[in-house]
Design a binder for this molecule. Structure first.
Ligand code: ADP
Length: 138
């Protein structure tokens, strides 16, 4: 049914990533292309200037390494891509979904500790504005 799945992973709160990947696999099967996307926070230019040279490249490489470990742990090396972007998470998630022809986004509703929230801010924007189906994991 679905041909191209996007799983946005917040590496700052990685605990839900496995559930999201397993859910995507259950919905679409292991042959369906999947993209794991982590959006890194944008660092203001004046702050970036103070950082040691290469810090941002290292942060990106670390994020790719962690996404790569998730891909391996779930045996989806052949079908899953890993992508890192910099910017506002909901904007980058929605833009990637549009540009890449994603037909399903699998996202967690919010951090488990924030029990009072039905949907976190990123999940809210994605559910509200995505042009494709969104599966929200409570
Ligand atoms: P909370 O405010 O409780 O953290 P969010 O709406 O921010 O809730 O997060 C819900 C889900 O949105 C995450 O599990 C993840 O799927 C996605 N998400 C949030 N931030 C990012 C990010 N920086 N990169 C990729 N996905 C993200």
């Amino acid at each position: 049914m679905y041909k191209n799945i996007l799983v946005p992973v917040d590496l700052e709160h990685e605990d839900q990533a496995s559930t999201m990947i397993r859910t995507a696999l259950e919905i679409a099967g292991s042959d369906t292309p999947m993209t794991l996307l982590f959006v890194m926070p944008e660092i203001p230019a004046n702050v970036a200037l103070q950082l040691p040279e290469g810090s941002l490249a290292k942060a990106r490489a670390d994020a790719e390494e962690r996404l790569g470990q998730l891909v391996k742990a779930h045996n989806v090396d052949k079908t899953a891509r890993i992508v890192t972007k910099v910017g506002s998470p909901h904007h980058e998630i929605l833009e990637w979904a549009d540009r890449d022809g994603v037909d399903l986004i699998v996202i967690a509703s919010h951090r488990p500790v924030l029990v009072d929230y039905l949907l976190g801010s990123v999940a809210t924007s994605v559910v509200r504005h995505a042009k494709c189906s969104v599966h929200v994991i409570r």
